[in-house]
Design a protein around this ligand. Structure first.
Ligand code: SAM
Length: 198
């Protein structure tokens, strides 16, 4: 489904970065792991700030567009086609993780999220924006499946190893390409990995 969606010349989520990410990118340190990177708008933006970025996604068509966007903008990113249902990030490599509209079923999150916690060092940052459960009644983007929509409560429960710097559910205008357009209900999260006491 994603390869098909991305098999058009246009960048369906645009070429500008997600605005929550852009407003908070100063908190990130590289190397950055960008989950469900899609067509590369966020990885390319972070690379333009001088950060080393690795973008992973299930769509090889999306990631080919990501590499083309990076070449157009004169920045370097690395990409990897992965299925997040069985993905295990390299340990001890990344200092930050970005997850923008990376909507996954709870069965995948249950395996993946503890691995995300484990891969970061103490103090490492995760930055996430996702449509919230309140988005189900809106027609401005996101999956029509409650299980794949997020909430502050789900984030607290599923990512307990992070101290929240930002954790809020808000309504905001999201105008990011053809499929994300209009007033939307989102959850925004920036968490710092809690130091493990020995
Ligand atoms: C709504 S798009 C968001 C893309 C990008 N983060 C952005 O904001 O422009 C969701 C992305 O999740 C990816 N995705 C969904 N399920 C996946 C899975 N199980 N494994 C890998 N990628 C997946 C899709 O390929 C798609 O690129």
């Amino acid at each position: 489904m994603w390869d098909e969606r991305y098999s058009v010349d246009e960048y369906v989520y645009g070429t500008e970065p997600n605005s929550f990410l852009a407003s908070n990118a100063n908190l990130l340190e590289g190397p950055v792991l960008s989950l469900a990177e899609g067509e590369g708008r966020n990885a390319v933006y972070l690379a333009s700030l001088g950060l080393e970025v690795h973008g992973v996604d299930g769509s090889k068509v999306g990631l080919a567009k990501a590499r083309a966007l990076a070449a157009t903008k004169g920045v370097k990113i690395t990409t990897e086609v992965v299925d997040l249902s069985n993905y295990s990030p390299a340990h001890g490599v990344y200092r930050s993780i970005v997850s923008i509209f990376a909507h996954l079923p709870s069965a995948i999150r249950r395996n993946l999220y503890p691995l995300l916690e484990r891969t970061l060092p103490s103090g490492g940052i995760i930055l996430m924006e996702a449509y919230s459960e309140a988005q189900l009644k809106l027609e401005t983007g996101g999956p029509k499946d409650l299980d794949m929509l997020m909430s502050a409560e789900k984030i607290s429960r599923e990512l307990p190893g992070f101290e929240p710097i930002v954790l809020r559910e808000i309504d905001r205008e999201v105008n990011e390409g053809t499929f994300h357009n209009g007033l939307a209900s989102v959850v925004q999260f920036i968490g710092r990995k809690i130091a493990i006491r020995s």
